[in-house]
Design a protein around this ligand. Structure first.
Ligand code: SF4
Length: 381
């Protein structure tokens, strides 16, 4: 079970809000569509789950993801914050992020965010190109993204914009236009994700029928490189494989994950972590609600790692970051010697031009980043 000692009480929490207006064809996240009738029962289950927290936690970061938290609307968001406040205290200077769909970012929603202490909104824009948004089965257009970003920035909120690449039929020129548009909007943070084809999605079924054709891998790589070149030239730091921030605007919540610090998590499909064990709640929203309300165990999955397995995972998340892994920091945090666990792999990567190693710090090169997912098997054995 996940246990938090006084010395490692989490200072970070994730809350999963599983409601969307529309299911995008590529999405396999934990969510329900057209089931707003479940919102009251979701809040009731969340209140019960929060009872797991014995003493109120003081948090440096809170992240409300989904699903679409903004689908709750201004009043629903207020209700969520009131409920969380029974067990979670937001520390002075904390980062409080809410994910939002552009269509939900009304003046009232923005005002509610400001009033509730939200500091950062992560906007699921995905593109500023009408054709790409249509292909991606999004329910908003480019002007909705522009209007939402403008409203949020005008109110002083920090904005992350999600962009997607490798959509079917998307050209490199279209990706470059998206990047240029994102930079023009003035957002402080951009996350760039390559479309993945998940089992059970409408997209994957269409791919099997031949109705949708994935981008060539070589084009995916060129698009990713265009994102790195474009955003870094515009002054963004490329600080993790998929994440770019203007100086001072890195996502502190994600950095806590990548530092393998303990975090709490609530809601269906949410995973909490005590530094060694990861417990994931049941992924079905309806099952999670029913089990919690019935007083049953709503755990979906338990991943209890040995100290060595946790250290190996720390290598992977560390190398996904552009700062890479510092040998001394790694030893102090994990209790393991980096070279004992991964010395051979690191030497191989360095010889192949996939990593640099100055004796103190190991970093993936751009070539390494492009194939990073294929490297982890060398470490996670
Ligand atoms: S809005 Fe986001 S979470 Fe909801 S279906 Fe679309 S991609 Fe998935």
């Amino acid at each position: 079970m996940v246990t938090f000692e006084m010395s490692n009480l989490p200072r970070h929490a994730y809350v999963h809000v599983p409601f969307c207006r529309h299911r995008c064809g590529y999405c396999d996240f934990t969510l329900v569509v057209g089931r707003d009738d479940l919102i009251d029962r979701y809040f009731a289950a969340l209140a019960i789950e929060l009872e797991r927290v014995r003493e109120p936690l003081e948090l440096d970061t809170v992240y409300m993801g989904g699903g679409t938290p903004s689908h709750l609307g201004p009043d629903g968001l207020g209700r969520l914050f009131n409920l969380l406040a029974t067990k979670l205290r937001i520390a002075a200077g904390a980062e409080v992020t809410v994910e939002a769909n552009p269509l939900d970012v009304t003046p009232d929603f923005v005002a509610a965010c400001r009033g509730l202490g939200v500091t950062r909104v992560s906007l699921g824009g995905q593109s500023l190109d009408a054709a790409t948004l249509k292909t991606l089965d999004r329910d908003h257009g480019p002007d909705d993204v522009r209007a939402a970003v403008g409203r949020l920035l005008d109110t002083g909120l920090v904005v992350n914009l999600d962009l997607m690449t490798a959509a079917p039929g998307q050209t490199l020129a279209a990706v470059e236009r998206d990047l240029a548009a994102a930079m023009t909007l003035g957002v402080q943070h951009v996350s760039v994700y390559c479309l993945t084809w998940e089992q059970g999605t409408v997209f994957e079924s269409a791919r099997r029928r031949g109705d949708l054709v994935p981008a060539e891998e070589s084009l995916e790589q060129v698009m990713f490189e265009a994102a790195i070149d474009g955003l870094t030239a515009a002054g963004f730091e490329h600080y993790e494989v998929s994440n770019f921030a203007r100086p001072g605007f890195r996502c502190r919540h994600n950095e806590a994950y990548w530092d393998c610090r303990p975090w709490e998590a609530f809601g269906p499909g949410a995973a909490r972590f005590d530094g060694r064990t990861r417990i994931t709640n049941h992924r079905s929203t309806v099952t999670w609600i029913n089990k919690v309300l019935a007083g049953d165990d709503a755990t979906g999955d338990v991943d209890a790692m040995t100290a060595e397995q946790a250290a190996r995972e720390r290598i992977v998340v560390g190398l996904r970051r552009r700062d890479g892994l510092d040998r001394e920091v790694f030893r102090a945090a994990s209790g393991f010697d980096l070279d004992t666990l991964a010395g051979e792999a690191i030497a191989r990567w360095a010889a192949a031009g996939l990593a640099t190693d100055d004796g103190r710090r190991v970093r993936l090169t751009r070539a390494g980043l492009l194939v990073s997912d294929a490297l982890w098997a060398d470490v996670l054995t």
